[in-house]
Design a protein. Structure first.
Lengths: 340, 333
């Protein structure tokens, strides 16, 4: 880089390669170390080490009181997390998958999201709820759905979707400092992905979307497990001379309209990539906000790449066909820039 | 101490029995006035009256300490008042006023008072049980000897949340007192039409939890059972379960035509009115005369009149504040 005029930090912070799973585990460990009120509760979080191995080793380190295996009672233990939060604790409750969280939906909507308002501001619920979402592992129609949009519909919840190791590492602590309930969606396809993490990585902001790749011609708005696909699509588009900007929503509720709309104002074209179903979902919400706020910046209609409107099937070729793929994103982006 | 009103070997402690009477009268007359106000459209929404069941809250809640917690249902005026939520604040809540105990956001079904550890006011049947389990878990983890009392009806016993919570509370030996107010009907569905095993305590006992039934129309019996259970929970005995057999004299809510039960059945239960029974016993023992009873009634009437004045004179919760309390308000940085 001799002669470069690009500003570089005096000395780049040392980094290390970690997986998304390891980053989540480090975040849990940090939280358990920093605050006695924090405890982890859920099915198989202790002896088993977590259904996806996220909490492996934490039982040995922190003991069964604070890394608490539960019976298969989502409704009771999510509600118990709410009660424990009201009782002064800072529970982190893990639900294995978003499909299973439906068993606890009453407690999440009717209590966690509602108690503060219904009590006239007396009862904040500082609960963090973690769950796996998404498809891509041939787990069929009861383990694969992306229902983030359902949760993002609910006033009173904050909904996060870490897509990078930095966010996997940093979102938990910030969420625990929030006095109100936060739902964190971990995409199952990301656990084994690896990335560079600063040695001194810590809590991150949970308010803003992030531009993961700058570009001029089209904005790809996405989150969670679709981020790697959008980045891959952007790289493929670059090879064809199309400069795609990739916006990672990070927070699904509230949405960071400012970052989304600023990007659209730069590129004038937008493709929303969402593993949820198209109808009445997050992609529809993003599209509506763009149309409401920066309609006159658009040079082409908003496009969406979403999952097919079908329960996610088992067979590999069917599952792949049901999900947004890199080629679909590339095709949609080409279409909006008029080079299809 | 007496174990029941029918225990005539021991005289009732006059002051204590009088306090019980006044507590029940206060709840009864408050609710009767609420029904009037509902008909006059001063109170709207759903209004679920507790008339007939007053011995339950009056018998159980005073056994708790101020730092204990109470979780109740949508039929919770009695629990709130006995717990000490001011009548003014309860009435103002019914009126949807800013001075209501939930700032007009909750209404009759959602009374809250954090300062008294009164956690509502839950209108999803069995929805309060997991909250109570969690409050108790927090106490266990923080080494506090507090008790959480969780009130629910017979209808809750058919819900999955009930079973999950019985199991979790017993498994983790949590300091919860489960209080089943068995008034024999889940709205219009009789217990025997809803439950394969209508013996509530037997169900709880199957989770390895101490459980028994008591006459919920006899405030002295309720109090004796509750005292024993609260003491046991507080001293580390794990969760306990009380079934209090009671009866709702009035309709489920103000919209109920009561097609599911007969007037004769209601009349039979009214013969066991918890207030009438206590009054009869006190009179029998020569501990209450008409003048005293009239003075108690007058005091309650005054308090209710003052609560109505307070509610009527209070400012409405402003529409400009509609979006408050969706997220916690933090100091501007």
């Amino acid at each position: 880089m001799t002669g470069s005029t690009v500003e570089q930090p005096a000395a780049a912070a040392p980094t290390r390669t970690v997986t998304y799973r390891e980053a989540l585990r480090e975040a849990l460990r940090e939280a358990l170390q920093r605050d006695d009120r924090v405890f982890l509760m859920g099915e198989d979080v202790g002896r088993y080490g977590g259904c996806f191995g996220v909490s492996l080793g934490l039982l040995e380190e922190f003991g069964p009181e604070r890394v608490r295996d539960t019976p298969l009672s989502e409704l009771a233990f999510v509600g118990a997390g709410i009660g424990a939060a009201l009782g002064g604790m800072r529970p982190v409750v893990e639900v294995m998958t978003v499909n299973f969280s439906l068993l606890a939906m009453d407690q999440i909507l009717n209590n966690a999201a509602t108690l503060l308002h219904m009590s006239g501001g007396q009862l904040p619920v500082p609960l963090v709820l973690r769950m796996t979402t998404g498809a891509g592992r041939q787990l069929a129609a009861q383990h694969s759905h992306s229902l983030e949009g359902w949760y993002a519909h609910i006033p009173g919840l904050r909904v996060l979707a870490p897509a990078t190791v930095e966010d996997a590492r940093g979102m938990l602590w910030t969420a625990l400092e929030d006095p109100d309930p936060v739902v964190i969606f971990e995409h199952g396809g990301l656990y084994n992905t690896a990335g560079e993490l600063d040695e001194d990585a810590g809590p991150v902001d949970i308010q803003h979307a992030a531009v993961r790749r700058p570009g001029r011609d089209v904005t790809l708005v996405t989150y969670g497990g679709s981020l790697p696909k959008a980045l891959e699509a952007a790289a493929a588009l670059a090879a064809d001379g199309i400069s795609a900007e990739v916006v990672d929503l990070r927070s699904l509720r509230p949405l960071d309209d400012e970052t989304i709309c600023a990007s659209v104002a730069r590129t004038h074209r937008v493709v929303v990539v969402d593993e949820g179903w198209r109808s009445v979902g997050l992609s529809a919400e993003v599209s509506a906000r763009v149309c409401e706020q920066v309609f006159y910046e658009l040079d082409a209609p908003v496009r969406r790449v979403c999952s097919a409107e079908v329960p996610i099937p088992y067979a590999k070729q069917l599952e792949e066909a049901a999900l947004p793929q890199v080629a679909d994103v590339v095709a949609a982006a080409r279409e909006v820039v008029g080079s299809a | 101490m007496n174990a029941s009103l029918t225990d005539t070997e021991h005289a009732l402690d006059r002051d204590h029995a009088t306090a019980l009477l006044r507590s029940m009268l206060r709840v009864r007359r408050f609710e009767e006035k609420c029904a009037e106000l509902y008909s006059a459209t001063q109170i709207r929404g759903f209004l679920h009256l507790y008339v007939g069941e007053e011995a339950v809250s009056t018998g159980v809640i005073p056994q708790l300490r101020p730092d204990d917690a109470v979780v109740a249902t949508y039929r919770e005026h009695g629990q709130a008042l006995v717990r000490g939520v001011p009548m003014d604040a309860v009435m103002a809540e019914m009126y949807g006023k800013a001075t209501g105990c939930s700032s007009g956001r909750g209404g009759s079904m959602h009374l809250f008072d954090l300062s008294r550890r009164f956690y509502g006011g839950n209108a999803i049947v069995a929805g309060g049980l997991p909250i109570a389990v969690g409050l108790a878990l927090a106490d266990l983890l923080q080494g506090r000897d507090r008790v959480t009392a969780c009130f629910f009806g017979d209808g809750a016993v058919a819900e999955g949340a009930f079973h999950e919570c019985m199991n979790l509370a017993a498994l983790w030996q949590l300091p919860v007192l489960f209080v089943c107010e068995n008034n024999l009907y889940a709205m219009g569905t009789a217990v025997h039409r809803a439950l394969s095993q209508p013996h509530m305590a037997l169900r709880a006992a199957s989770y390895e939890m101490a459980a028994w039934s008591a006459d919920g129309m006899d405030v002295v019996a309720v109090e004796a059972a509750a005292r024993q259970a609260v003491d046991a929970v507080r001293s580390g005995g794990g969760p306990h379960f009380l079934e209090l057999q009671t009866y709702r004299f009035r309709a489920h809510s103000m919209y109920d035509a009561e097609r599911y039960r007969t007037k004769e059945e209601v009349a039979q239960w009214r013969l066991r009115d918890p207030i009438d029974q206590l009054v009869a016993r006190l009179r029998h023992d020569g501990q209450l005369d008409d003048t005293e009873l009239a003075s108690y009634e007058a005091a309650v009437a005054d308090e209710i009149a003052a609560a109505i004045r307070f509610a009527e004179d209070s400012p409405a919760e402003p529409v400009a504040d509609l979006l408050r309390h969706v997220h916690t308000e933090r100091e501007a940085s």
